[in-house]
Design a protein. Structure first.
Length: 338
C-alpha cells in the first residue's frame, strides 16, 4: 500500500474540502469560470439540514460539499463515482432548490444570487467530445454574450484530463492532478503538487497515517460500495443495451413485415387492376358482339325488305329473287307484300 488514500472517496474528499475552507476556496476559484472580480474570498459551509438528501444509491456513489461565500453565492461541489444520464437532471434540481431557498425568507428577487454546481465525474459521459471541461449556463440562443446569471453547472470528466499543457489555469491543473494521480498506490507525490502550499496541505490530509482504524474501515467500505454500484450499473447498462437491441430487432421485423404487407397490397391491387381490365375488355367484347348482331339483324331486315319489295313489284320470279338476295324460295314464298 502507498502513502496516501484516494482523495475521491467520501471520507477523504470531505476532510479536504469539507473541513478546510481555504482549500475549497482554492478549488472553486481554480475550477469555476469566474472573472478576477468574481473570485471566492470566504465561505461558510451549509448546515446539515440544508444539504440535499441522498438515496442509498447516491450515498454510495456521490460525495458532496456545499457552501456559500460572502456574496451569498451558493456552491455545490460533488464527486460522482458513477454516472447515469439522470444525474444531469438531479444536479439541475439541486441547484434549483438552492436558488429557490434564497427567496424563502421573503427577500426581494433582486437579492437572489447565482448557484454554482461543480461536478467531478469519475466516468466519461460525453463520449463524442474530447474536452474534459463542460460548462452549462443560461445564454441567448443567438447572442451568446447575453447571459441570465442564475445557474452555472460545470461537469469535469476526470478520466479525460491529461496534464499535457500548462496553458490551462495552473491551479486547475494541480487540483485535477491531485484528484487523478493520488490514490492508495501512490508512494511519492509529484514534486509539482508538493511545491504548491494548498495542494501540499491537501496531500498531508490524505496521508494514511492521519486516519484511525475506524476511518480506514469506512474508507474501504466506500470503495466496496462503489464497486458494487459499478457492477450494478454495468449490469443495468447491459440490460438496457440488450433491451435496445431487442427493440431494434422488433422494429426491424416490424419494418420488414410492413414492407411485405405493402408488397402484398401492391400485388392485390395489381390483380384487381388486371381483373378490372379483363372485365372492361369483356364488356367491350360484349358490346361489339351486340353491335355486330344489331348490324347483322339490320342487314337481314334490309334484305328481307328488298325481297319483299321485289316480290311486290312482280317483275321477278321467286327463283330470281332468291338468287338475287340469297334467301331461300321458302322464305320468299312466306313474305307478305301487303
Amino acid at each position: 500500500m502507498g502513502k496516501y488514500l484516494d482523495p475521491r472517496a467520501d471520507l477523504t474528499f470531505k476532510k479536504v474540502f469539507g473541513e478546510h475552507k481555504n482549500l475549497v476556496i482554492s478549488l472553486l476559484n481554480a475550477m469555476l469560470p469566474l472573472k478576477d472580480d468574481e473570485r471566492v474570498e470566504s465561505i461558510e459551509y451549509w448546515p446539515a439540514e440544508k444539504v440535499p438528501k441522498r438515496t442509498q444509491v447516491e450515498k454510495d456513489s456521490i460525495v458532496d460539499v456545499c457552501c456559500k461565500d460572502n456574496k451569498h453565492r451558493e456552491f455545490i461541489v460533488e464527486m460522482q463515482m458513477s454516472w447515469t444520464e439522470s444525474f444531469k437532471k438531479r444536479v439541475l434540481l439541486n441547484a434549483s432548490k438552492a436558488y429557490v431557498a434564497q427567496s424563502e425568507s421573503g427577500e426581494d428577487y433582486d437579492t437572489l444570487q447565482p448557484v454554482y454546481a461543480l461536478n467531478f465525474v469519475n466516468e466519461n459521459f460525453q463520449k463524442d467530445m474530447d474536452d474534459y471541461y463542460h460548462y452549462y449556463h443560461l445564454v441567448h440562443d443567438q447572442h451568446t454574450d447575453k447571459v441570465i446569471d442564475g445557474f452555472h453547472l460545470v461537469f469535469i470528466e476526470l478520466k479525460k484530463f491529461k496534464p499535457h499543457s500548462f496553458s490551462e489555469k495552473k491551479m486547475q491543473v494541480l487540483w485535477l492532478r491531485f484528484l487523478t494521480e493520488i490514490n492508495a498506490k501512490t508512494l511519492e507525490a509529484p514534486v509539482e503538487l508538493l511545491e504548491n502550499p494548498e495542494v501540499s496541505e491537501a496531500l498531508k490530509i490524505v496521508e494514511i497515517a492521519a486516519y484511525t482504524p475506524a476511518e480506514m474501515r469506512a474508507y474501504d467500505k466506500f470503495w466496496d460500495n462503489v464497486s458494487v454500484q459499478k457492477t450494478l450499473d454495468n449490469a443495468r447498462k447491459r440490460e438496457i443495451e440488450a433491451f435496445k437491441r431487442e427493440l431494434e430487432q422488433v422494429k426491424q421485423a416490424l419494418t420488414e413485415t410492413k414492407a411485405k404487407v405493402q408488397k402484398a397490397k401492391a400485388i392485390v391491387q395489381e390483380a384487381k387492376t388486371i381483373v378490372q381490365e379483363a372485365k372492361a375488355k369483356e364488356q367491350e367484347a360484349k358490346a361489339k358482339e351486340q353491335e355486330a348482331k344489331a348490324k347483322e339483324q339490320e342487314a337481314k331486315d334490309k334484305l328481307m325488305q328488298t325481297a319483299r319489295n321485289l316480290k311486290a313489284m312482280n317483275i321477278m320470279t321467286v327463283e330470281q329473287i332468291a338468287k338475287a338476295t340469297g334467301l331461300t324460295v321458302e322464305v320468299i314464298d312466306d313474305l307478305q307484300t301487303n
